[in-house]
Design a protein around this ligand. Structure first.
Ligand code: SAM
Length: 420
């Protein structure tokens, strides 16, 4: 496809996204089905352009005009010259139509690139201007080395072909820097090291959240919101396949990929319990050394990777997530043994989904008490600089990771100990 055709396609996808408010990947897939002529490079261009436009939608004037947002994305983010952009727009019959004078003259606005109703929440979370800017940037691809199958040296060597470098905080983690705008990130899932189960794609912040489980080899662990198993796999490696993990999720469809992932990663200490098979958790009551609640949340910490989700989030949805968080915390409490730990994790930076939920929980469950999450991480799992950094990121009883303060996705981690 010619550039003009690709830009016109991005406009059609964004128009569809805004009119239906579906996930961007749905709008892209629907366009792709009708565009059999589009090759993989065309699809990557269209999706990359849509994502970059949505990352800075308000400051690139998307609320005013999709065409202006696309023009500014290409010029400001992708570094195209004004002449190249104008030629592509006006390339009849492929392009989206020649730019008008007012479209040519539009300059970016100094607007925060989040929905207006989220601003007070981010202000309460602190450092709002820097966080909003960091949440609107591209993210690197982080890899977790699966120590059940490879050493960090083996994995680092095998992933050098895709530009992976040591990540700054987690000792064995690898990071593929975000590619320059207009370039594609390397396809991690096609490299042999991925096929062999040596590495998993997992943001460094998510890896840190899992490490807050602490010294768990040989322990009895319930991963109550296991979903596709990202943290289950990490816990199994941390436990060196010793002890037992029960992986559960209220939504059996979310659990579906876990079986294949466990197999590929060489995990042997996980029992999947699915409500679809009528498998409950009653026998685990009061028996778990650790219950991980990787809670359903707004995902505000992941807006770098999924910028469409910030524009789709509504206040009603946030209220629903908050109700689910209260429910799942209360549920989790019953499985923690006396002296055991409840680890509460969200990929949200909002205090409303973290501190407020924990305060509400502790009011009803006074046997639990906050303890340091960063201090629980086994020392050898962090780089020296990472250990120091994390010790500075704990405040009001939670470890707070974010693109601006730790260079990771936003995660808030609270460790609660049940009295013996
Ligand atoms: C953030 S996702 C989990 C991601 C997963 N741990 C991972 O690392 O890939 C949250 C999950 O919580 C599940 N969930 C929501 N309410 C629940 C409940 N009351 N009990 C168990 N799971 C629940 C959702 O179905 C969803 O899969």
């Amino acid at each position: 496809m010619r550039d003009g055709g690709r830009i016109a396609a991005a406009k059609a996808v964004l128009d569809d996204f805004w009119s239906r408010r579906v996930p961007l990947k749905v709008a892209l897939a629907d366009w792709g089905r009708g565009a059999r002529y589009a090759g993989s490079k065309d699809r990557a261009f269209v999706s990359g352009l849509c994502l970059d436009a949505l990352r800075r939608w308000r400051s690139l004037r998307g609320e005013e005009s999709v065409r202006i947002a696309l023009r500014l994305t290409l010029e400001v983010e992708w570094g195209w010259t004004a002449e190249r952009v104008a030629a592509a727009f006006g390339d009849a019959p492929h392009g989206p139509g020649a730019l008008e004078d007012d479209e040519q003259a539009a300059v970016p606005l100094g607007m925060p690139d989040v929905p207006a109703w989220c601003l007070p929440l981010l202000e309460r979370a602190g450092n709002a201007a820097a966080e909003v800017a960091a949440l609107s940037a591209r993210a690197p691809v982080d890899l977790r080395v699966n120590t059940l199958k490879a050493t960090s040296e083996q994995a680092a060597k095998a992933c050098a072909t895709i530009g992976a470098q040591p990540a700054p905080i987690v000792a064995a983690a690898l990071r593929v820097p975000a590619p320059p705008a207009a370039e594609r990130a390397p396809a991690v899932t096609v490299i042999p090291a991925y096929g062999r189960g040596w590495v998993e794609v997992q943001d460094e912040g998510s890896q840190i959240a899992g490490l807050c489980a602490g010294q768990v080899a040989g322990a009895q662990v319930l991963d109550l919101c296991a979903g596709g198993g990202g943290k289950t796999l990490e816990l199994a490696a941390l436990m060196e396949n010793k002890g037992q993990i029960f992986a559960y999720d209220a939504d059996p469809r979310r659990l579906a990929p876990i079986h294949e992932r466990l197999r590929r990663a060489g995990v042997r200490n996980v029992q999947v319990r699915s409500p679809a098979a009528g498998e409950g958790l009653d026998d685990l009551e009061g028996r778990m050394d650790l219950v991980l609640v990787d809670a359903p949340c707004s995902g505000s910490g992941t807006w770098r990777r999924r910028p469409d989700t910030k524009w789709r989030l509504t206040e009603a949805q946030l209220a629903e997530r908050i109700a689910e968080q209260d429910q799942v915390l209360a549920q989790a409490a019953h499985y923690v043994k006396p002296g055991g730990v409840l680890l509460y994790v969200t990929c949200s930076v909002f205090r409303e989904e973290n501190d407020d939920r924990i305060d509400a929980f502790l009011a009803g469950y006074p046997a639990f008490e906050r303890e340091s999450a960063a201090a629980a991480i086994p020392a050898d799992k962090l780089t020296a600089a990472g250990r120091q950094r994390l010790s500075q990121l704990e405040s009001d009883g939670a470890l707070r990771l974010s693109p601006a303060n730790s260079g990771t996705d936003g995660f808030t981690i609270t460790r609660l100990r049940r009295a013996p």
